[in-house]
Design a binder for this molecule. Structure first.
Ligand code: NAP
Length: 311
């Protein structure tokens, strides 16, 4: 059963190879569930739609949840694990594109590229002459909150820009070539750019708070490609209003889609609408990985990219 569309490539394969029912296309999805819930053994979903404890409880034969996207803050993994249900996501295949987006935001914010584009298009280049000076990115210090798959891809790109890299997480990583900083505010104080790349959810909610933003300082930039919930948006607005932070590049924001009016139309804030992985190549790879997980489950009784031990 598909609770939502994964994309044309995956939807076609799930229908032709596994006879997947498209719940979102049914006129009476509730009625279909009442009659058929006991026959559903695999559910595909996406990070946006997720799967809550109520849906898990409604599907007594459920054995696997195969989700599109790498975050699983919208899936009740604890409820699934308690029932022995395997949960898979689509990691690895999107690391490079999300890391590229972090870098695009870093350069766009520091070098003020959207503002410069507006300047040229408004005819100001001819009228006013030189665009104001911006901030250098190469050779600076980059702090990464969450040196996971995506965080490492972001760090790797930093080497090409001659950057110093340090990171914060719950623990140091034995195989990491970068300095571990156990105190996030201390990492922010050291950093010119603080890049958020940890998971969302309750554990990381508002980790980037007023104290961390103040430590990053008026010459520092915050880049968030992870989840909006990790950053305290009210504190971010306060910092920008009072010149306590240099700028922010945000692919994600609390309460998305949409952004608080107080953050709009600022030259030192650059937004993208949660498109870190949104390239044709990466989205196709993510769709295929959902299908491959379903196939592996059906043919081998295991998931290729599980996030829990239940499979
Ligand atoms: P990952 O490999 O699991 O890495 C997550 C990192 O965060 C790990 O290094 C982990 O280190 C750290 N972390 C976990 N909990 C933490 C906590 N409470 N405090 C501090 N650090 C913590 O995940 P990933 O594949 O790199 O993806 C990271 C996140 O990016 C996803 O969860 C998702 O929310 C987001 N994402 C966004 C987009 C987009 O389009 N913008 C696309 C894909 C993913 P420790 O375990 O040592 O703490």
């Amino acid at each position: 059963m598909q609770s939502t569309s994964i994309g044309p490539l995956a939807d076609a394969q799930l229908a032709s190879r596994f006879n997947a029912v498209r719940l979102w296309e049914l006129d009476d999805a509730e009625g279909w569930l009442d009659a058929n819930a006991a026959r559903v053994d695999v559910l595909t979903t996406s990070v946006r739609t997720g799967c809550d404890a109520r849906m898990i409880a409604r599907l007594p034969a459920l054995r696997a949840i195969c989700s599109w996207g790498v975050g699983f803050d919208t899936i009740d993994v604890a409820a699934a694990t308690a029932r022995g249900i395997g949960v898979s996501v689509t990691p690895d295949v999107l690391d490079d594109c999300v890391a590229d987006m972090a870098w695009a935001l870093m350069l766009a914010t520091a070098r003020r590229i959207p503002a410069a584009d507006r300047y040229v298009n408004a005819g100001e280049w001819r009228r006013l002459g030189q665009f104001p000076l911006a901030t250098r990115a190469s050779g600076k210090r980059m702090g990464i909150l969450g040196l996971g798959r995506i965080g490492r891809a972001i760090a790797l790109r930093g080497e090409g820009f001659s950057m110093s890299v340090a990171y914060h997480g719950r623990k140091p990583q034995a195989d990491a070539a970068y300095r571990f900083e156990p105190d996030l505010a201390a990492l922010a104080r050291w950093s010119d750019f603080l890049v958020v790349a940890c998971p969302g959810g309750r554990q990381t909610r508002h980790l980037v708070n007023a104290q961390v933003l103040e430590a990053l300082g008026p010459r520092g930039f915050l880049i968030n490609i992870a989840r909006g919930s990790v950053v305290d948006t009210a504190a971010l607005i306060h910092s920008l209003d009072h010149g306590l932070l240099g700028g922010a590049g945000l692919d994600v924001i609390e309460g998305e889609p949409g952004v608080p009016d107080a953050l709009r139309h600022r030259d030192n804030v650059v937004f993208t609408p949660h498109i870190g992985s949104a390239t044709v190549e990466t989205r196709e790879a993510m769709e295929q990985l959902v299908v491959d997980n379903v196939q592996a489950w059906r043919e081998q009784g295991r998931l290729l990219t599980p996030v829990n031990a239940a499979s």
